[in-house]
Ligand binder design. Sequence first.
Ligand code: GTP
Length: 296
Amino acid sequence: MTDTPFRAGFVSFVGRPNAGKSTLTNALVGEKIAITSPKPQTTRRTIRGVVHRTDGQLVIVDTPGIHRPRTLLGERLNALVEATLGDVDVIGFCVPANEKLGPGDRFINERLDDFPRAKKVAILTKTDEASKNEIIEQLTQLGALREWDSVIPISAVTRDQLDLLADELLRLMPESPPLYDAGTRTEEREDDRIAELIREAALEGAREELPHSLAVTVDDREEREGLLEIYASVYVERDSQKGIVIGRGGSYLRDLGERARREIEGLLGRRVYLSLRVKVAKDWQRDPKALGRFGF
Ligand SMILES: Nc1nc2c(ncn2[C@@H]2O[C@H](COP(=O)(O)OP(=O)(O)OP(=O)(O)O)[C@@H](O)[C@H]2O)c(=O)[nH]1
């Protein structure tokens, strides 16, 4: 019997907004690394999640989507995507099984030619939401786009075929010693993860105009009688949005704080007191200084 070599490398999932990239990352890593939301384009940061197996390591680089930039934030995010995809070993192109292949998918598929170094895998996501016939039709359409190194239908929610996907991704990785210690599941700083959980809670139920205007910073933490107190700010771009986030009598802010606190307690495994303040940073998406402060 021959020993299987240890393989390790980087994979990035791309696909149109809402294709299920963040959910897939979390399902593979087995921990909440990237926030997910039914609102499109909520992923802003490059986040690394690490999948540990006895025969190898998959390092997942979760990028913001590829889209046409409209603000300085958009431009910076696109530059981040370019730099990331130029560097990975495998690109997983995610297409939802329950929506027809559209111009958005074709645009991204064409862009994949710009990254010749990476192996390319087509991933049909959300198969739990589609019929057998729809899945077959989508697989045929995907197959016609290019010569993929692999084509795999999965559901991150029911975990269907996730192990097979991990096998396939690993098979395409170079032989390499481990890239991360066994205990490492993400490179994200804890405060950044907390800020993202708060942003996720704020996105739930937020109105159309709001999602792209939200930013969150964790400003301070204090230990008090066994309780961890976390002080954070939720930034919006305009005064009118401040009222929306606070809600009538503070109701919206209370609800979102409650949801965020539960998620943070899950992450940290301990009781937390969360104090949120809503602030206005005028047009921060276009302001280089503000972008720097928010970590972009
Ligand atoms: N039924 C079902 N829903 C899914 C699955 N994967 C993702 N979703 C849902 O699809 C929506 C979008 O998922 P995300 O993982 O946030 O999508 P994304 O591609 O990261 O989105 P962006 O950050 O906008 O680029 C969420 O409401 C998820 O719950 C799946 O396998 N099955």
